[in-house]
Design a protein around this ligand. Structure first.
Ligand code: ME8
Length: 510
């Protein structure tokens, strides 16, 4: 099968405080897609990192009494360490304070100047430091004498300063044509409609430089202006592929990006500004932007400024990383918001992981250990119950690639959990323990099919719970190269004679 390339990114995080569950969610989601694609025989490049410039970070550093770079070094390291704790399979971790990124931003800027898309004028309007975003007057409300963005709820301030502008207004029609031609550029569909309506309502030129602070990348040949942090940040996706060297292997293999995973709050930047910058710079825009929902605590977005944070590290220490990954992926999907709590986390671990998949593995492995000395050999005889389970599994796996390739993770998980449920039921109905005395052949055939099912489920759940499934696949003695999705095309995973090694309890009940 021909290998295709897949470039996937998380947002690069502001190193302005402790990482929280929203960050963990964005990262794990992207990691699940990256791992799935690798298991599906694609060459994958997976990028994450930190977004270190701008007034927000300069202020955070000032508050900490630190030089901005020293401050960023410290907090960026916390985010980098988090990639290990979350078991992310990222190939690179980019920091926007790196030289490779400066060169890339300078080049993109120069392209925009050359194409005539940048001009000097004066900005007068609202700005939110917390969002690093400009807002129109009709997006502002006043509460207790202070002004807020109706979009994000963040406080805004009035800004008047000389600024370079990007001719965003002139891209309105071409953006709409672009969305029209690329109907899956923005997913889910509800977000796509939201973006199209916003663009249709009229785009104003965008201020892309600031003069009132210094922490950022300077406009080429103009020391007074700092490049707007979003133009700077978005370019990280190119910098990691060694842009502006467009002959570089990484760039050639992986640009345009296949999928930017982002939260819905930063959709405007990725779905409007980013393709407009790229089209203007004569660079192909990414194939897709997936805007996921928020992790909520009660009715509110979980965030540091709201003080309602469930700390991912505490959860991981108490329950385990696979458990957190599974819960987040199951609970918040399809791009809608998800309310998380310790209670629903525990229910989810118990019902899906411990009682369903974990129980299936444990009961089959223990039975084979206690009754068959860890050896199972199958014959050609297939019973009607075997056939039924094989057919049901085929039915449930038929659409899995399609679901994952359209970011329908929730339905994907449901189908796989259903396979596990049906396999448990098959064992209950077939009662292999009753066959030990007088029908060893049938008993072995049942166990063999159950193990083949466990192998399939483990490969399918591997992107979500990599640690536990790797233990199972190792105990089934399936080599790393064979842990792929070729079984969807009918390839058998296990040999006729299976030899198992020991499998310890996978998930503790709570
Ligand atoms: O936005 N639930 O960085 P960031 C779900 N530097 N997702 C959440 C969340 C929540 N409660 N809170 C935050 C930035 N996120 C920019 C990105 S990319 C070129 C620059 C998500 O650290 C949020 O939606 O504020 C975003 O996708 C990501 O975390 C990073 O947020």
């Amino acid at each position: 099968m021909k290998q295709s390339n897949f470039y996937i990114t998380t947002p690069i995080y502001y190193p302005s405080g402790e990482p929280h569950m929203g960050h963990a969610y964005s990262s794990i989601l992207a990691d699940v897609f990256a791992r799935f694609k690798r298991n599906d025989n694609c060459k994958v490049y997976f990028l994450t990192g930190t977004d270190e410039h701008g007034l927000k970070i300069q202020k955070a550093a000032e508050k900490a009494g630190s030089d901005p770079l020293i401050y960023c070094n410290k907090i960026s390291k916390i985010f980098k360490d988090l990639t290990k704790t979350l078991n992310l399979s990222n190939d690179d971790f980019i920091r926007t304070t790196e030289k490779r990124h400066h060169e890339s931003v300078n080049d993109l800027w120069s392209r925009l100047v050359k194409s005539g898309d940048i001009y000097l004028s004066k900005y007068e309007g609202w700005y939110s430091v917390s969002d690093e975003a400009y807002y129109n007057s009709d997006e502002i409300i006043e509460k207790n004498g202070k002004k807020y963005s109706t979009f994000s709820g963040s406080i805004v301030e009035w800004v008047e300063e000389e600024s370079f502008f990007f001719r965003l207004s002139s891209w309105q029609k071409r953006l709409l044509e672009f969305y029209d031609k690329n109907d899956k550029f923005i997913l889910p569909i509800s977000r796509r409609n939201e973006v199209i309506n916003f663009v249709k309502s009229g785009l104003k030129d965008l201020s892309v430089s600031r003069t009132s602070f210094t922490w950022g990348i300077k406009v080429p040949n103009n020391d007074k202006h700092i490049i707007y942090v979003w133009l700077d940040a978005l370019t990280n996706y190119l910098s990691a592929l060694n842009f502006p060297n467009t002959n570089d292997k990484l760039y050639k293999n992986f640009w345009p990006a296949s999928l930017h995973v982002i939260g819905k709050d930063i959709l405007r930047f990725h779905a409007i500004y980013w393709p407009a910058f790229l089209l203007a710079a004569k660079i192909k825009p990414p194939s897709r932007v997936f805007g996921h929902g928020w992790i909520l605590s009660g009715e509110e977005k979980m965030s540091k400024s709201k003080g309602n944070i469930l700390n991912p590290l505490e959860i991981i220490n108490r329950y385990g990383i696979d458990e957190l990954r599974y819960y987040l992926m199951k609970e918040v999907s399809h791009g809608s918001d998800g309310n998380i709590s310790l209670k629903s986390l525990e229910n989810c671990i118990n019902s899906d992981l411990a009682n369903n998949f974990g129980n299936l593995c444990q009961r089959v492995f223990s039975f084979v250990k206690n009754n068959c000395e860890n050896k199972v050999t199958k014959t050609k005889n297939i019973s009607s119950a075997d056939k039924k389970l094989i057919e049901q599994t085929k039915g449930l796996t038929k659409d899995l690639r399609n679901l994952m390739n359209n970011q329908h993770l929730n339905n994907y998980i449901k189908s796989v959990v259903n396979i596990s449920f049906l396999t448990n039921k098959y064992i209950n109905d077939e009662e292999p323990w009753k066959l030990k005395k007088n029908n060893i052949e049938k008993m072995n055939n049942i166990l063999h099919l159950a193990l083949e099912q466990i192998a399939k489920i483990s490969i399918l759940l591997n992107p979500i719970i990599p640690q536990a499934t790797t233990k199972v696949l190792e105990a089934l003695k399936i080599n790393v190269k064979s842990r792929n999705l070729l079984f969807l095309e009918g390839k058998k995973i296990l040999p006729k004679d299976v030899r198992l090694s020991e499998l310890n309890i996978l998930f503790k009940k709570n």
